[in-house]
Design a protein around this ligand. Structure first.
Ligand code: NAD
Length: 476
């Protein structure tokens, strides 16, 4: 019954926005200008497949152009609709502002179940959709730059980039029209893992602040924490894998579209992922307990819950039964505004989506910069860095020998110190820095005033303040 009053995804975003602006000193006119979605383009196009013309519906929303290009993924899902795309575009505006990525917010969607089509058909459909968007500058290196989202990945981004290049044969910046491309089509190392990697960096930064950890009723570091992940797709898989392999957490539950796996001692994330890719689901996986009603596993006891599948999965109906003290929103909008209040009243700490999953757009920004500069990160300085480090090592060794000091370098030091940073290291370093600084900016507002109830409100306040400053600078 409670679900009857559940706000829609877009209403949820607006409710959260309103909660934040109520604590700010913005003129009502500017407040409205920031909140509303500037435009949504709906396109219906036909593609001849299997002897028939099939009509598809797609959207591209531009939420805010306070900075251009605007940026946001393209989602392929059977239930995509305007409200959802607008909500996601709004989140992109706030997300980019929070992590200081110089883009406005946009999002796109195509109403399609990609599993029903062959690769060749998907290429035809994607190229046709891209054609419609390119024609209207809704894909453009300096105006609107899409990226992958649910149901799309490197393959689709490569088709889109190629379609743009065919239609703009003299545009030297054409590769910058879309991000998330494969390396051979102008992508950047570390983009595929970026959103999951960002979730890991966000959690690491959170656990660097014992005061915040205590607010969730937890203590210590990440090591040994029990984690349940929903959605083992791009974001969920990378987050779970890195947390298990590098931070010592136990992934006790994995919730997928066809049920959930549970193992109190920790699941083998790589093995489950391989099973999922091969069989299209987690059912039948031999080394864990399978529960057909996957959503029930969201309610299991754990230390950290990572919803990484889709929006609205924690709602007014199940929020009272959620037992995790800490939730990090790897997906966009997994907690509805109604559930957010229930969880806050229960003392659950939420690391909000606009921060938690900002790793994707951050590395997309690096890819866009790389495309515009047409040079791989690290190409100029890597060997120079190595030769300067070599000078120091040679000098230390000479001193030790000449002065008979008997110094020896620690094992492995020389190899590690001498190696100059490659593109992957630079990308991870830039992402880590971004996630740390953004957390600290939210935290400052959260702790700096006694009327800011949670991190989400703080995140909105930081973002809205920055967007407002851009609009003011434009004379609004
Ligand atoms: P994906 O398509 O790669 O993976 C989604 C996974 O969720 C799939 O494995 C799917 O089977 C599973 N799933 C679908 N419905 C489910 C359900 N009802 N219960 C449990 N599992 C379910 O998508 P993704 O790119 O990983 O995106 C996931 C979320 O992260 C979305 O909300 C997306 O907007 C957000 N996000 C993605 C990126 C990115 O870079 N890909 C960046 C920021 C935010």
């Amino acid at each position: 019954m409670t679900q009857i009053n559940e706000p829609s995804f877009r209403e949820s975003v607006d409710l959260m926005f309103n909660r934040a602006v109520a604590l700010m000193d913005l003129s009502p006119g500017l407040e409205e200008k920031i909140r509303v979605c500037n435009s949504t383009y709906t396109v219906r196009f036909g593609v001849r497949l299997r002897g028939h013309v099939h009509t598809f519906t797609g959207y591209r929303s531009v939420h805010s152009e306070h900075m251009e290009p605007v940026k946001g993924g393209i989602r392929y899902a059977p239930n995509v609709h305007q409200d959802e795309v607008e909500a996601l575009a709004a989140l992109m505006t706030y997300k980019c502002a929070l992590v200081e990525v110089p883009f406005g917010g946009s999002k796109g969607g195509l109403r399609i179940d990609p599993r029903l089509y062959e690769e060749r058909e998907l290429e035809q459909i994607t190229r046709r959709f891209a054609y419609e968007l390119v024609k209207r500058d809704l894909i453009h290196p300096s105006q609107n730059v899409p990226a992958p989202d649910m149901g799309t990945g490197e393959r689709e981004m490569a088709w889109i980039a190629d379609q743009y290049a065919r239609m703009n044969t003299t545009d030297i910046n054409s590769r910058a029209c879309v991000t998330g491309k494969p390396l051979n089509a102008g992508g950047i190392v570390g983009r595929v893992e970026a959103t999951g990697r960002g979730v890991q960096f966000a959690l690491r930064e959170f656990f660097r602040h014992p005061e915040d950890v205590a607010k969730a009723g937890l203590s210590g570091g990440l090591d040994g924490k029990r984690v349940i992940v929903q959605g083992l797709g791009n974001v969920g898989f990378h987050a779970a894998k890195f947390l298990a392999q590098e931070d010592g957490v136990a992934i006790t539950g994995i919730v997928e579209h066809d049920g959930a796996l549970f193992d109190p001692d920790g699941l083998d994330v790589e093995a489950v992922h391989q099973w999922l890719v091969r069989h299209g689901g987690v059912s039948g996986y031999p080394d864990a307990t399978h529960t057909a009603d996957g959503a029930k596993v969201l309610e299991e006891a754990c230390d950290i819950l990572i919803p990484a599948a889709m929006e609205g999965v924690i709602n007014m109906a199940n929020a009272p039964r959620i037992r995790a003290p800490l939730i990090i929103e790897a997906a966009n909008g997994p907690i509805t505004a109604g559930a957010d209040e229930i969880l806050r009243d229960k003392g659950v700490l939420i690391v909000p989506d606009m921060y938690a999953n900002a790793g994707g757009v951050t590395v997309s920004y690096f890819e866009w910069v790389k495309n515009l500069s047409r040079i791989r990160f690290g190409r100029m300085q890597r060997r120079q860095e190595e030769s300067r480090h070599q000078l120091v090592v040679d000098e230390l060794e000479r001193l030790s020998q000449d002065k008979n000091l008997g110094w020896t370098l620690s094992p492995g030091f020389k190899e590690k110190y001498l190696r100059g940073a490659d593109e992957l290291e630079l990308v991870r370093s830039g992402l880590d820095d971004t996630m740390r600084i953004a957390y600290q900016s939210m935290r400052e507002v959260w702790h700096g005033r006694n009327d800011v109830p949670d991190l989400r409100t703080a995140a909105y306040m930081v973002s809205i303040d920055r967007v407002a400053a851009s609009y003011r600078a434009k004379g609004l």
